[in-house]
Design a protein around this ligand. Structure first.
Ligand code: 4AD
Ligand code: MG
Length: 467
């Protein structure tokens, strides 16, 4: 017999009407079980299709009732029975079980690490392979998957092409030196000739790394295909143990040709609104869960994102706003210094009370590829900041003028390594722009989950690469 998803049984009204009082079969894992004195067991079963669990009512008369009585949380089962209208609160239908087949028991139930209902997120981080069985992590996984789907659809609907940019690279896009080395050389055993100057013995015969961003490769494709995006894992060996940083995270990076910073900001705003609108419309069960359990203001805050235009300020104005705030910030505020997380959060939470786009940062605190503004001091950069997180998007108009980009790459060795990137400016250059949206920061924003380690299935952070 074909087993329907539990989500379908519980929420698809047409399906329910068609199958009411019929024999159906469902499969899943027991979320909870309760036995009444009268000899009836109430079993809540979940299969991950939604946050909702279906109730199966198993009477004493079942031949294996003595086995059913021993069922604990986490046991996998198949239940066959009649779909009936539910007398109980919270669900329209339930199953009157005629047969309960146990597929997999919980060995040593007293040692099952997630048997109890409530655990701290910190405890669950130690069990990344099991935490997905909880309501919270199931809801995060479904939202993450649905948002990824919306992102791909958004770009396809808008004429973008998806480009798979490489994960192994020889360039440091951001120039921040936060690179993981990729090598097949055993440095511990090799003699001291395996120095940074000598990679001839290494797999690629040159120094290679895990990519920090697919941007530069995306630019190459953009300058022939006009509208492209890359969406993949990126890696940063930055030693920041914060609730916003991962060593391995996913990034969405569109790149558009014949476009300036304003077009870029418009794309960022349209994309974020499309994602938020999608989640409000299509992920309401999971969103309600987060609103009830994690952050009461979540749904309202997300709804407001759709209502108004994102606030836009320049970096120079942002510095003035921060100075005037008279807040006792930990880090200094001075034109030329980078904005810290506390400053970003003030701008988005207190000043704008919603997403804000900060543009035109001093050139010395931003990457070499950002387009130099006419003032000679700032670059056409933009960061999108959101409440609770701070920076969620970083992007810029790219420097398309060969002589200007040359003046920004003073280092001759680097200029040689980037000769292919210079080619893009030498041969048919056009104004173009793009940005990177941190996917886990987005998931954190949408779910209200405060720690980014809970927004990716198997987080990698300094000192931790479990499983
Ligand atoms: O601002 P970033 O460093 O920009 C770039 O990498 C550009 N090359 C993107 C582009 O223009 N195509 O990173 C972009 C976004 C940040 O705004 C943030 O959301 C996320 O990536 N991000 C991180 N997310 C989790 N952990 C980290 N360590 C992150 N570093 C950046
Ligand atoms: Mg940035």
């Amino acid at each position: 017999m074909k087993t329907p998803e539990i989500k379908k049984v519980l929420t698809d009204k047409a399906w329910q009407a068609n199958h009411l009082n019929e024999y159906i079969q469902i499969t899943g894992w027991v979320r909870s079980i309760r036995h009444s004195k009268a000899g009836i067991s109430f079993i809540e079963i979940n299969d991950g299709s939604s946050i909702l669990s279906i109730q199966a009512v198993a009477p004493k008369a079942l031949v294996n009732y003595c086995e059913i009585e021993k069922i604990t949380t986490g046991v996998s089962i198949t239940v066959s029975g009649i779909l009936v209208e539910s007398m109980g609160k919270g669900q329209d239908v339930e199953i009157q079980a005629k047969e309960v087949k146990i597929l997999g028991i919980i060995e040593e139930p007293e040692n099952y690490p997630i048997a109890k209902k409530r655990h701290t997120f910190e405890y669950l981080r130690g069990l990344p392979h099991l935490r997905i069985r909880t309501n919270t992590f199931g809801a995060i996984a479904r939202i993450r998957s649905s948002v990824a789907n919306r992102i791909h659809n958004f770009f396809f609907e808008n004429g973008f092409h998806w480009v798979s940019t490489p994960i192994i690279t020889s360039s440091d896009c951001e120039g921040a030196g936060e690179l993981f080395k990729v090598s097949t050389l055993d440095y511990a055993q090799k003699n001291s000739t395996a120095t940074s100057a000598n990679y001839t013995d290494d797999f690629f015969a040159k120094e290679t790394f895990l990519t920090v961003s697919g941007q530069m490769n995306a630019e190459a494709y953009c300058l022939a295909m006009s509208k492209v995006y890359t969406f993949g894992p990126t890696f940063r060996a930055e030693n920041s143990n914060t609730s916003r940083h991962l060593a391995e995270f996913w990034m969405v990076e569109p790149e558009i040709a014949f476009a300036d910073l304003e077009d870029n900001a418009t794309l960022a705003e349209t994309l974020l609104k499309a994602i938020v609108g999608h989640v409000l419309e299509n992920c309401s069960e999971d969103l309600n869960f987060f609103t009830q359990q994690i952050d009461n203001a979540l749904t309202e805050r997300l709804s407001r994102v759709l209502e108004k235009k994102f606030e836009k300020i320049s970096y120079t104005d942002a510095v003035e706003i921060l100075k005037k705030s008279k807040r006792d910030f930990q880090f200094p505020i001075k034109w030329g210094l980078d904005l810290q997380s506390e400053h970003e959060r003030f701008l988005t939470e207190d000043y704008a009370n919603g997403p804000v786009i900060v543009s035109d940062y001093p050139k010395d605190i931003k990457a070499f590829y950002m387009r130099l503004n006419d003032d000679g001091e700032t670059v056409a950069a933009m960061d999108v900041l959101v409440p609770g997180i701070g920076e969620i998007i970083g992007g810029s108009q790219r420097e398309e003028r060969l002589h200007v980009i040359d003046s920004r790459i003073q280092n001759q060795k680097l200029r040689k390594e980037l000769s292919w990137y210079r080619d893009l400016r030498k041969y048919g250059t056009v104004p173009h722009a793009g940005f990177g949206l941190g996917f886990e920061r987005l998931v954190s924003y949408i779910t209200g989950m405060e720690n980014i380690r809970d927004c990716i299935p198997f987080p990698r952070t300094p000192g931790n690469a479990r499983i």
